[in-house]
Design a protein around this ligand. Structure first.
Ligand SMILES: Nc1ccn([C@@H]2O[C@H](COP(=O)(O)O)[C@@H](O)[C@H]2O)c(=O)n1
Ligand code: CDI
Length: 158
């Protein structure tokens, strides 16, 4: 068994969609990034790559490469799933947290879980996503950005 952790932050800005876990969430601001800036999926990918000793998302999907401009992070996650498969790893479980003052994530979490579990060919029961505020403290509390953290376990398939 191998453990991995991931952390990411993106800035909130006007004129961008808010996409988390592959779900477009109706909100007055969205996250800024080279891709769709899906901070939840980015943290999950970094946890998975870390557990497999495969580096990080910046190495696999450079933000200087126009191929990734505006790309859905679900597509990037599917690529990470293929890399894990090539190395003979299966996903044991994932636990992730979205750190955001607003909007309320709870109504969107079932769809996020479905999207991510599908991309990773894993059972939704082994994928937990939760959300918290930081009680109006810091950059998330001031609604300047959204952060996410994830941990995962990988197992070696026979
Ligand atoms: N953006 C968020 C933040 C929190 N939640 C849910 O609300 C609960 C209470 O959050 P606190 O930060 O006040 O502890 C939390 O456990 C989540 O269920 C949310 O949906 N979206
Ligand atoms: C996802 C990538 C893709 O080019 O771009 P960004 O959306 O800017 O996201 P970041 O978390 O900075 O990771 C870098 C890149 O891998």
């Amino acid at each position: 068994m191998r453990v991995g952790m991931g952390y990411d932050v993106h800035r909130l800005t006007e004129d961008r969609d808010l996409i988390l876990g592959g779900v477009k969430i109706p909100w007055e601001k969205g996250l800024l990034g080279h891709s769709d800036a899906d901070v939840l999926i980015h943290a999950i990918m970094d946890a998975l790559l870390g557990a497999a000793a495969l580096g990080d998302i910046g190495q696999h999907f450079p933000d200087t490469d126009p191929a990734y401009e505006g790309i859905s992070s679900v597509k990037l996650l599917e690529h990470v799933a293929a890399l894990l498969d090539e190395k003979g790893y299966g996903v044991g479980n994932i636990d992730a947290v979205i750190i955001a003052q607003k909007p309320k994530m709870a109504p969107h979490i079932p769809q996020m879980r479905a999207n991510i579990a599908r991309a990773l060919h894993m059972d939704e029961e082994c994928l937990n996503i939760k959300a918290t505020t930081e009680e109006k403290l810091g950059f998330t509390g001031r609604e300047e950005g959204i952060a996410s953290q994830a941990v995962c376990l990988l197992y070696k398939k026979k």
